[in-house]
Design a protein around this ligand. Structure first.
Ligand code: ZN
Length: 65
């Protein structure tokens, strides 16, 4: 399992663009598949997604003011 993981590059640097849907289709699929097998990147993805959601809420509040 370790050898298998070593062949797969982690995707943390792509998570920001992934959350914003700014990746090319091929990269988006690669990130999606990686997250299903890598707890570390999946945890990082949750943090990025939550931060993105918070930013979205802040933007909505700004619009309401
Ligand atoms: Zn990973």
């Amino acid at each position: 399992m370790d050898a298998d993981r070593a062949e797969v590059p982690h995707v943390r640097q792509l998570l920001g663009a992934y959350v914003l849907d700014a990746l090319a289709a091929g990269e988006c699929v690669r990130v999606s598949r990686h997250l299903q097998h890598c707890d570390g990147c999946a945890g990082a993805y949750v943090e990025v997604a939550e931060a993105s959601a918070i930013l979205g809420l802040l933007n909505e509040e700004d619009l309401l003011e």
